[in-house]
Design a protein around this ligand. Structure first.
Ligand SMILES: Cc1cc2nc3c(=O)[nH]c(=O)nc-3n(C[C@H](O)[C@H](O)[C@H](O)COP(=O)(O)OP(=O)(O)OC[C@H]3O[C@@H](n4cnc5c(N)ncnc54)[C@H](O)[C@@H]3O)c2cc1C
Length: 438
């Protein structure tokens, strides 16, 4: 069996590596000259800046990829106990992650805290409600407004009131199976599942996909976009810039609109549905400041008069020479990414300076016009996606978005293909054995 993988972002690269480990033949095609997809790190004036993800959790799967590539010495680990803040009512307030922080935080009133504790008495998720309605019902309006909306909405740059629970709450629904989210969260803490430290690498997040690429360079073709997919016998022909390649299975990892173009020949209806999925536009502004407060950073409450959605304190997390990454835009401010560099930079700098009371300089601006899957009402289009056998979508719009989840999906798929390859070779083996014994 040969698996053809479109895209060498972290999903495609993890899949390539796991298939190698399982002895399954694979070839990955990457349109650009760089592996890593949205994971991109560069150096500006000697400082590492992250244009995509700022960090990942050190899950067992990511640890095993790091070991396979031999980059253990380059891992930078942040203190998992660093505080995370929400900017609310004009100042930074600490998000509670432990029972002691829950008792002392000023993000919630006593009444708000008591309402949160009533969560085990509430009913589970139902498919017809939005993420916002679900969270308000579970934890009360105050906890939603002050904690959940800035954190959950902040991750996607979305408004949870626009996010159907059926698509946006899949992980949470799984956690809820034990009966209560609070109980599940406490159990995760006790089991250490929430204690996996945030990590990056000496050269930034992109060091992991680069190392994975180098480890699998014989199976990854850079600067080789796939331009079309056609059926060919029991498999598929990938039309690439370097010529056609026939494969038995196809895995598509690019964004939904790009994938739609590739599927238009073999699955036109699914292609039409994928084109409807919306992504939220984001602008990243990298600032440098002499101040070094300790923490992950902060998210901004929805009703504050700032355009900044949140700020990662890279310098505190990974010792990045005064670098801070500000996120602006999202579903509520889609036109922001179209403003000039000067304007976006000025907004981020002024708001950062007013929140932290320190001065900062803009060193870089990055735009993601189709950045983060919105998980909004457009996701109902996924109901119309029905692909021919042998074609699989594996990307951040079909499953969870974070790097650990992308890597896990690569591993799950490799296991599935390895087992299918095994089953498909069994009849051959039986035939050879029968012929040998006459
Ligand atoms: C701005 C941003 C910030 C994020 N922050 C975090 C974070 O802090 N922590 C975290 O865990 N996760 C974060 N995420 C999520 C996570 O980084 C992504 O979900 C993940 O990296 C996506 O990887 P992927 O391989 O599935 O897709 P992609 O990275 O999009 O890779 C797809 C690849 O396909 C290639 N391609 C496209 N068209 C073709 C073609 N025709 N032929 C061949 N190749 C093609 C592309 O060039 C690209 O390399 C963030 C995501 C974004 C966008």
């Amino acid at each position: 069996m040969t698996v053809g993988i479109v895209g060498a972002g972290i999903t495609g690269l993890a899949l390539t590596q796991y298939l190698r480990e399982r002895g399954v033949d694979a070839v990955a095609f990457e349109a650009t000259a760089e592996p890593g997809g949205v994971i991109r790190s560069t150096t500006v004036d000697g400082r590492v800046v992250e244009h995509g993800p700022q960090r990942t959790r050190l899950t067992p799967e990511i640890e095993s990829l790091i070991e396979a590539c031999g980059i253990e010495a380059n891992v930078r680990t942040a203190d998992p106990d660093l505080p995370l803040y929400v900017y609310a009512d004009g100042r930074l307030r600490q998000v509670p992650f432990s029972p002691r922080e829950f008792l002392t935080t000023d993000l919630l009133s006593t009444r708000g805290k008591l309402r949160m504790l009533a969560e085990p008495l509430t009913e589970g998720a139902n498919d017809d409600e939005t993420a916002a309605a679900y969270f308000v019902r579970k934890f009360g309006k105050e906890a939603y407004h002050n904690v959940i909306e800035p954190l959950f909405g902040g991750i996607y740059g979305s408004d949870p009131a626009e996010m159907p629970g059926k698509y946006a709450l899949q992980t949470i629904s799984r956690m809820e199976r034990s009966g209560s989210l609070l109980r599940a969260a406490i159990r995760r803490q006790l089991d250490g599942k929430d204690r996996k430290p945030p990590v990056s690498f000496d050269d930034g997040m992109a060091q992991l996909p680069r190392a994975l690429y180098e480890h699998n360079a014989d199976r990854v073709e850079l600067e080789t976009p796939v331009e079309g997919i056609e059926t060919a016998g029991d498999g598929y022909r990938l039309d690439t810039a370097a010529g056609p390649r026939t494969v038995d299975r196809v895995v598509l990892t690019p964004r939904a609109d790009v994938t739609a173009d590739l599927l238009s020949g073999v699955a036109p209806e699914s292609a039409g549905a994928l084109r409807r999925l919306r992504y939220n536009p984001l602008a990243y502004v990298h600032l440098v400041s002499d101040t070094e407060p300790a923490g992950y950073g902060y998210q901004v409450r929805h009703d504050e008069s700032l355009q900044t959605l949140g700020v990662t304190w890279n310098t505190s997390l990974f010792d990045r020479d005064g670098v801070y990454t500000c996120f602006l835009g999202g579903m509520g401010n889609p036109g922001l990414v179209d403003r000039s560099d000067e304007e976006i930079g000025r907004i981020a700098k002024t708001e950062f300076e007013s929140v932290l009371g320190v001065s900062a300089e803009v060193v870089n601006i990055t735009r993601h016009r189709r950045g983060i899957p919105a998980y909004d009402g457009s996701w109902t289009a996924m109901e119309a996606v029905d692909l021919p056998e042998g074609i699989t979508l594996a990307s951040n719009y079909t499953g969870r978005m974070g790097v650990p989840a992308r890597v896990r999906e690569g591993k799950r798929l490799a296991e599935r293909f390895a087992s299918e390859a095994e089953t498909e070779t069994e009849p051959d083996r039986d035939r050879v054995a029968a012929e040998a014994t006459g």
